[in-house]
Write a protein that binds this ligand. Structure first.
Ligand code: F6P
Length: 374
């Protein structure tokens, strides 16, 4: 662990920390590798921080990363640094007299960074992690962000790494489910990830030939879903494939979750697929089965696209630090990777535009979104 006497003037960058926060996404290792190789090329030292911001609180496992440490990881899923979506230093959960309360321990993290001698940070994460990064930027920590999520819902970047791999995994599953659905003349309901935005459901649904796609952005009408399923059978296609994002909900209905919401944590979504299969079977009399793809979508080797994007973002993040663009995030704006203030990227979510060409084309192809008239 690097330790240096505290200094007063802003030092030039000699040593940086890199951390990955939030749910993992294929391509994280490509980013880490690019950060290390680019930073080492500038003569900087790089320290890997374990388990997201947790590592800056516990100070466990802050170790140097050199070229050898990032050899052979480009094609690997997960993150060599570990991650956590439970630790927010601004709302740190502590138990007090049997009750969970939250405390702001962010100043401790700032002190830790100074004592460690880390001149700047590269924070790789989704909206939750980037929000924390923004908080530290406002406290004077020199940092830049790298957007990450398989859900693809971060603003100001055309896409995020991990999404392409997740869509490929979901599409592959849909291909496989087609044959068994057809063999048994069943309705297969596939629940995919997508908490606020239905990008994975939309893209995999279209690429995988789904008949009905349900998105968080379009509250659905169960009768309309059943009519679309029945229409398939009436047209002698004796099976149907329904893809539902975990964040899809019926009009006026609630999100389905696993367990109650815990303080300072996101609601754990899940169950919409099983609920839909049950409702469809009851209402149409067609046999239905459901499948939750869950964390499979976060695993596996990143696609070529995600490796390349992760590499470009990682290298660009180092350039941002070098140029002093603190508080900014790298963003894909084809043909280039550019930068935007983190504050702009976290102020809203990138949802599926309902008037975009993808939805328009899907509708024109006869794909239903559970909200169509009779
Ligand atoms: O943010 C990405 C995501 O994949 C969401 O779609 C999903 O709700 C969540 O992660 C699951 O997180 P966890 O692994 O903490 O249950």
């Amino acid at each position: 662990m690097p330790r240096r006497a505290a200094r007063t003037a802003a030092p030039p960058i000699e040593a940086i920390g890199v951390l990955t926060g939030g749910g993992d996404a294929p391509g994280l290792n490509a980013v880490i590798r690019a950060v290390v190789r680019t930073a080492v090329g500038l003569g900087w030292e790089v320290y890997g921080v374990r388990n997201g911001f947790e590592g800056l609180i516990t100070l466990e496992g802050i170790d140097p990363l050199d070229l050898d440490d990032v050899r052979g990881i480009l094609h690997q899923g997960g993150t060599i640094l570990g991650t956590s979506n439970r630790t927010n230093p601004f709302e740190f959960r502590v138990e007090q007299r049997g009750r969970v309360i939250t405390e702001d321990i962010s100043s401790r993290v700032v002190r830790n960074l100074e004592e460690l001698g880390l001149d700047a940070l590269i924070v790789i994460g989704g909206d939750g992690t980037l929000r924390i990064a923004q908080g530290f930027h406002e406290k004077g920590v020199r940092l830049v962000g790298v957007p990450k999520t398989i859900d693809n819902d971060i603003c100001e970047t055309v896409t995020t790494f991990g999404f392409d791999t997740a869509v490929a995994t979901a599409t592959d599953a849909l291909d496989k489910l087609h044959t068994t659905a057809e063999a048994h003349q069943r309705v297969m309901v596939v629940e995919v990830m997508g908490r606020h935005a239905g990008w994975i459901a939309l893209h995999s649904g279209i690429a995988g030939g789904a008949d009905v796609i349900l998105l968080p952005e379009i509250p659905f009408d169960l009768e309309s879903v059943c009519r679309s399923v029945e229409r398939r059978y009436q047209s002698k296609r004796n099976f149907a494939i329904v893809v539902a994002a975990e964040g899809a909900a019926p009009r006026g209905g609630k999100l389905l979750a696993v367990g109650p919401k815990e303080k300072g944590r996101e609601l754990r979504l899940g169950g919409i697929g099983a609920w839909l299969a049950d409702q469809i079977e009851r209402r149409t009399g067609r046999e239905a089965r459901s499948l939750v793809l869950g964390h499979l979508q976060r695993g596996g080797s990143p696609t070529t696209f995600d490796r390349l994007l992760g590499t470009r973002l990682g290298a660009a993040a180092v350039r941002l630090l070098q140029g002093g663009h603190f508080g900014h995030m790298v963003a894909l704006r084809p043909p280039n990777v550019t930068s935007v203030p983190i504050a702009r990227a976290i102020h809203e979510r990138r949802l599926v535009p309902l008037d975009g060409d993808t939805i328009l084309s899907a509708r024109a192809m006869g794909i239903a979104f559970g909200a169509d008239p009779a």
